[in-house]
Design a protein around this ligand. Structure first.
Ligand code: AHR
Length: 522
């Protein structure tokens, strides 16, 4: 085999080191032991911009087709995605949200100002009932983010009682008065959000004490068993995790982690659709940087929890670009290019690898905010666009609850620009892959070719698997900057992939540059 390495100087200093060798991989079917928790495919819906109002919810009287107030086009698209869990009502919003303002007859609900996100006035027409009923309709678990920053222990305790008590209790009676007889099942409860920042600007020791106090009074009613999640660290803040592990320990079921693919928190974050090759490769490196962050937090957790009983929940992740010109400041509305699809695919592959610790992940956010699945407008009877990120979640559905299979792969690497957390740059494999055995016994294999200009040929040896049939889908486009919009909703959409062949138990596939391929092998 030829060993030719070509170094190509990419514009603005990024260096791509390519070899002319084909990639080789092995999947040993006997090696799978960990289940990929379906909750890794979780979503996040915050009262932010037009995520809730206009995105998920338009109200019963809207001219936009709706099912009891939920946008029908959006609902149908989400139903297809098999959303396993939905986090609500924030984010930063959660720590200023007073749930009692969002129950009872809509005309009596007080308005509120959304101080975190553009000062928008909201009418509280989407509250606890509207959220939990939506989860029931979607068939997903609700994940409630409780208010610790500006709320009280009593307020959160009563919210849990209102949602989950089936007895003759004051809050269950109030719920019945508001039209819901049977309690909902609510498993996931976040005790605060970003308590080091918008959730109260606390020190970890102080937050740990608050967690201990709040969590005592969040009770398990009538067979409902809460999975309590402490408000965890941002990115590289390992001290936060260490203090929580020491001071809370197994009083929490899980601890969160937030990691955004973002250039920095001050100044411009860059356009979602106008970027050069160097920006693209930087983005690939930055999103893959989450792996090292997960490993480091996980290692700290291992010291106190070697059996990995406490979950690490990446309950906010995704790209964060500049808001689209002409949109409302503070509403975080951004477009979604093929580059974002890669961030989704690569990040999900990382979560698969760490499924022993990563119990859940919630991409930010579901509609119209940051790296969303769906973009909507409210013109006339409304339009909807499925983003490239949506299509990745759709193509990856088979990974939910599948058994993770380690994949041994040899392929070329790309050296990309780093940042303050990777001063010497990053070196990333040109093919980013993941494999799993689905519940029906078939294999699902994802293969992302990060290169912007070089196709990759890969041969995959399926050890111990009698393969008979192979099918696949591919997501790609002419440029990494391409995206779908209301006028051109299908620029990027999955197509049938025909360049994978099966001979004996070896798959040979040609993966075009800048493409994401998902294979199903039976
Ligand atoms: O997802 C947007 C915001 O990012 C969330 O409200 C907050 O938790 C994070 O800083």
């Amino acid at each position: 085999m030829r060993k030719v390495f070509i170094t190509i100087a990419i514009m603005l200093g990024c260096t791509l080191t390519m070899s002319a060798e084909d990639a080789k991989a092995t999947i040993d079917i006997k090696q799978g032991s960990q289940k990929i928790h379906k909750e890794i495919y979780g979503q996040f819906a915050e009262h932010l911009g037009s995520c809730i109002y206009g995105g998920l919810w338009v109200g019963e009287n809207s001219v936009i087709p709706n099912i009891n107030g939920y946008r029908k086009d959006v609902f149908d698209a989400l139903k297809n995605l098999q959303v396993p869990v939905l986090r609500w009502p924030g984010g930063c919003f959660a720590d200023e949200y007073h749930w009692m303002d969002g129950i009872g007859p809509k005309e009596n609900r007080p308005k509120m100002q959304n101080n975190n996100w553009g000062g928008t006035i909201e009418d509280n027409s989407f509250g606890t009932h509207e959220f939990l009923n939506l989860c029931e309709m979607l068939g997903c678990e609700p994940y409630i983010s409780g208010n610790v920053g500006s709320g009280t222990v009593e307020e959160l305790a009563k919210w849990v009682e209102y949602m989950t008590s089936d007895g003759d209790t004051p809050m269950a009676k109030l719920r019945r008065k508001n039209g819901r007889d049977k309690a909902w099942k609510v498993k996931f409860l976040g005790v605060g959000n970003e308590s080091w920042g918008c959730g109260g600007n606390m020190r970890p020791e102080y937050y740990a004490d608050l967690y201990r106090r709040y969590s005592v009074y969040c009770r398990n009613y009538d067979g409902n068993k809460l999975y309590k999640i402490a408000s965890g660290a941002s990115d590289y803040d390992y001290t936060w995790t260490k203090v929580l592990m020491n001071n809370i320990g197994n009083r929490m079921d899980g601890v969160s982690l937030h990691y955004y693919t973002v250039t920095g928190w001050s100044g411009s974050k860059g356009s979602a659709t106008k970027f050069n090759d160097d920006d693209y490769y930087w983005t690939m490196g930055k999103c893959l940087g989450i792996e090292d962050v997960i490993i480091k937090h996980s290692k700290l957790m291992d010291a106190k929890d070697p059996q990995k009983k406490i979950g690490l929940l990446v309950d906010e992740w995704g790209t964060w670009w500049d808001e689209e010109p002409g949109t409302i400041a503070g509403h975080l509305y951004q477009q979604n290019a093929l580059r974002d699809a890669f961030v989704a695919a690569l990040s999900l592959n990382v979560f698969h690898r760490h499924t022993d610790r990563v119990r859940m992940a919630n991409i930010a956010q579901i509609v119209n905010v940051l790296q969303s699945m769906i973009l909507t407008d409210q013109k006339g009877t409304g339009h909807m666009v499925l983003t490239p990120t949506y299509h990745v979640f759709d193509m990856y559905k088979g990974f939910q609850e599948a058994t993770y299979l380690p994949m041994d792969i040899t392929c070329d690497s790309i050296a990309v620009r780093g940042d303050q957390h990777a001063k010497d740059g990053r070196k990333i494999p040109v093919l980013n892959t993941s494999a799993a055995k689905q519940t029906d016994g078939s294999l699902i294999i994802s293969l992302s070719n990060i290169s912007l200009d070089k196709d990759q040929t890969i041969s995959i040896d399926l050890k111990g698997f009698a393969a008979k049939n192979i099918t696949g889908r591919i997501l790609t486009s002419k440029n990494a900057t391409d995206y779908n919009d209301f006028e051109h909703p299908d620029v990027i959409k999955p197509m049938e992939f025909k360049k994978a062949k099966l001979k004996k138990n070896i798959i040979t596939a040609e993966i075009p540059a800048k493409s994401i391929v998902v294979l199903n092998v039976k």
